[in-house]
Design a protein around this ligand. Structure first.
Ligand code: FAD
Length: 338
């Protein structure tokens, strides 16, 4: 892919870091994949807002947290990755709620809640993602799901407008959260919002606001979460037990992206994959884990193409042998390598 520079950034008053032709293998937990044309790591929320206000509407944007559910194809991502881990890191107690910004990691959130004598956040320790990624995926485990804890979220729109939204504005289900069609009502305005900027998308001049995909794009930048008062020692013990359970059942010593496929209704993807004799199946450096059949591990030199081809083969074999169609939980983006 020719990573030329069609987009002009004004870059006025920005305090973050812009990387060009950045290997995304450095930013995803599979440690494989192509380069992103640009990666912008904002200094903080206000800086991200400034960046979005200056970014041309036709620039493809991709929010990335810890990349623990993401594969960027070997041909790379033609656009700008907004790298929010290490950037949006505020975490504080506000009365009976916790406010966390999108770049806060699940483990940090779980420990912060426990230290504040709040329980119900323990399950976050098992999810190696950021709050932004967990909101986008409605991540969960051991009976807990991210959106069960959300009182309201804070989002930045494509044009840099800061909004607060209620959970009712989203369609939320298993590993899925999406803004309801036509939902543009807000439950509040943040002080950082100074003006409603007109949309400068040339496409939007022709399309209605509802049909303009780019203009309706939003990024999670924070959330207020509610947990119950509890015993700090009980919460800490639970965190320890969950971590032990994880390392006993998951191949954590090799780069992976957690569960590759969603569990089909009433079944488990791992059981189906194992029943088809696919454990240990390999393409290039990608291998179906012997320890957990729904994990694909990078044994060292896997390319994104190896991983995606193995995903396709597993899906086809399971369909052929069991009649069940598996759907990926991991997000795959970018261009195929020509
Ligand atoms: C060892 C291991 C175990 C795992 N176990 C679990 C588990 O038990 N349960 C579970 O649910 N998941 C699990 N996962 C998957 C993964 O950790 C979660 O999906 C997590 O929520 C991803 O967060 P992230 O910050 O890494 O998101 P990324 O991988 O960076 O992004 C994932 C998706 O979210 C979008 N996104 C990220 N940030 C934002 C944002 N701020 N605003 C809008 N969209 C955004 C991205 O564009 C992308 O589409 C596991 C992964 C690994 C490697």
């Amino acid at each position: 892919m020719n990573m030329s520079e069609p987009t002009q950034f004004r870059a006025e008053g920005l305090r973050g870091e812009m990387l060009r032709d950045e290997p995304m293998s450095r930013h995803v937990s599979w440690r494989a994949g192509g380069v992103a044309q640009r990666v912008y790591q904002p200094a903080d929320l206000a800086d991200l807002q400034t960046f979005l206000r200056q970014t041309p509407m036709d620039e493809p944007l991709l929010a990335v947290g810890l990349g623990s559910n993401l594969l960027v194809r070997d041909g790379g991502f033609r656009g700008t990755v907004l790298l929010l881990v290490g950037a949006l890191t505020e975490l504080r107690r506000e009365d009976d709620l916790i406010y966390a910004q999108a770049g806060v990691a699940g483990a940090k959130l779980a420990r912060f809640a426990a230290t504040n004598h709040l329980c119900g956040a323990e399950f976050f320790v098992g999810i190696p993602g950021t709050l932004g990624g967990m909101l986008a995926m409605n991540a969960g485990c051991y009976g807990g799901e991210t959106w069960q804890k959300v009182v309201r979220v804070q989002v930045l729109t494509r044009t840099g407008e800061l909004l607060e939204r209620a959970p009712q504005e989203y369609e939320i289900s298993y590993r899925h959260a999406a803004l309801r069609q036509g939902s543009r009502d807000t439950v509040g305005r943040s002080p950082l919002v100074r003006e409603r900027l007109p949309c400068t998308s040339s496409r939007n001049r022709l399309a209605s606001p509802v049909t303009c995909r780019r203009c309706s794009e939003e990024f999670f930048v924070g959330a207020w979460l509610k947990f119950e008062p509890g015993d700090i020692e009980v919460a800490r013990q639970q965190i320890k037990a969950l971590m032990e359970k994880r390392s006993a059942s998951q191949p954590l010593q090799l780069p992976n992206c957690g569960s590759v496929f969603r569990n089909p209704p009433g079944s488990h993807a791992a059981k189906l994959i194992e029943s088809c004799g696919l454990k240990g199946k390999r393409i290039g450096g990608a291998e179906v884990s012997e320890k957990h059949a729904n994990f694909i591990v990078n044994t060292g030199e896997a390319t994104a193409t190896d991983i995606e081809n193995l995903i396709d083969e597993v899906r086809a074999a399971v369909l052929r042998q069991t009649g069940v169609e598996l759907h990926t939980e991991v997000k795959i983006v970018g261009e195929y390598k020509s």
